[in-house]
Design a protein around this ligand. Structure first.
Ligand SMILES: C[S@@+](CC[C@H](N)C(=O)[O-])C[C@H]1O[C@@H](n2cnc3c(N)ncnc32)[C@H](O)[C@@H]1O
Length: 325
């Protein structure tokens, strides 16, 4: 079933009421806002030192049509100047102990590293093995993205590794004295809870059968941003995304109890973001994240089995409990 988000004409007036303009934020700035504007026109009206986390997914150095606004590939020097033109201003928005993530592909990642290091300290580089990508006859298929991790103060930043643990199927179930060594035997299979590395191969791009999917050409998966947000912010913290697109940062922030501010130049993308936000009031699920852990790709069957086993156990306990008294 195609579950790609659709905004109907009749919904637009109600959705538009949630979108702010530059003039709105000039008079007063409030949390949890979607600003439909050119970043260059509104950056001065967003408070400095305010955000605990900033997630940036800018136009990459590629020819790309964002709903009529075309980005054109350029020489690396020119692309670095483009990055500088907004990056310094965005950095000013980061709290002194804040963290900033920036996504890029093989072609623009070196430029990003250089520009980020002009203002912040890079503490890691995550490589996301992105499944989707065009196969090319004369080149290797592009199936990876980088996510740079940078902080203002390398001696004072927040990182909660416990919040981003992974649940992986055990291939070789090693036992000591007949008992599982560092893994768990369950009705839905054998699993190990592990700490994440900086190579991520457990996240697919959103596609048509997922409710989070929109027609945005470069939408990021909610699962990917959930990892960034859980590791690098506390509940209640403030998160900024200067290139919001279809609203992934805002939606995941809301689902995880953080506040958000996003800027997006395209009006239709803002409508999609607002509709996703409204949908997420009732549905806080994030595909691939359940019971406080991140599951592997294509593990929906195991997740459902685990949920059923948990529900069965709970109902058995409910029946057994009265007999105890
Ligand atoms: C790579 S996409 C971000 C996608 C987003 N992470 C998501 O999950 O949907 C970059 C976005 O930046 C927007 N954009 C480009 N230049 C902009 C500008 N000067 N001000 C605000 N938004 C801009 C584009 O319209 C596009 O939606």
């Amino acid at each position: 079933m195609n579950r790609t988000l659709t905004v109907y004409e009749s919904e637009i007036p109600a959705l538009e009421r949630h979108i702010l303009s530059v003039n709105d934020i000039k008079t007063s700035f409030a949390d949890n806002c979607i600003i439909n504007a050119n970043l260059f026109d509104c950056i001065d009206y967003i408070p400095n030192g305010y955000f605990h986390l900033i997630i940036i997914d800018p136009p990459y150095n590629l020819d790309k049509d964002f709903n009529g606004t075309k980005f054109t590939s350029m020489k690396s020097d020119a692309y670095e100047d483009y990055l500088r033109s907004w990056f310094y201003g965005v950095c000013d928005k980061l709290a002194p102990n804040g963290t900033l993530y920036m996504c890029g592909d093989w072609k623009c990642t070196a430029s990003m590293q250089r520009v980020i290091e002009e203002r912040l300290t890079i503490i890691n580089r995550i490589t996301w093995q992105r499944e989707k990508g065009r196969g090319a006859k004369n080149n290797w298929k592009n199936a990876m993205e980088d996510i740079w991790v940078a902080v203002k103060n390398p001696h004072d930043y927040y990182f909660d590794v416990e919040a981003v643990k992974m649940k992986r199927k055990v291939i070789a179930p090693y036992k000591v004295d007949g008992k599982p060594k560092d893994w768990e035997e369950t009705e839905s299979g054998n699993f190990r809870i592990t700490y994440p590395s900086n190579f991520w191969d457990d996240i697919s791009v959103p596609f048509w059968s997922m409710p989070e999917n929109t027609d945005h050409p470069t939408q990021k998966p909610e699962k990917l941003y959930a990892k960034l947000i859980l590791a690098s912010s506390k509940p209640g913290n403030r998160i900024f995304d200067p290139f919001l697109g279809s609203g992934t940062t805002a939606v995941v922030a809301q689902k995880l109890g953080r506040s958000f501010c996003g800027v997006e130049i395209n009006h239709e993308y803002c409508l999609w973001a607002v509709k996703r936000l409204l949908n997420s009031i009732d549905d806080k699920s994030i595909q691939g994240y359940a019971d406080g852990v991140f599951w592997e790709r294509n593990s929906l069957g195991s997740q459902k089995a685990a949920k059923t086993a948990k529900a069965t156990k709970q109902s058995e306990q409910a029946i057994v409990q009265p007999l105890l008294f």
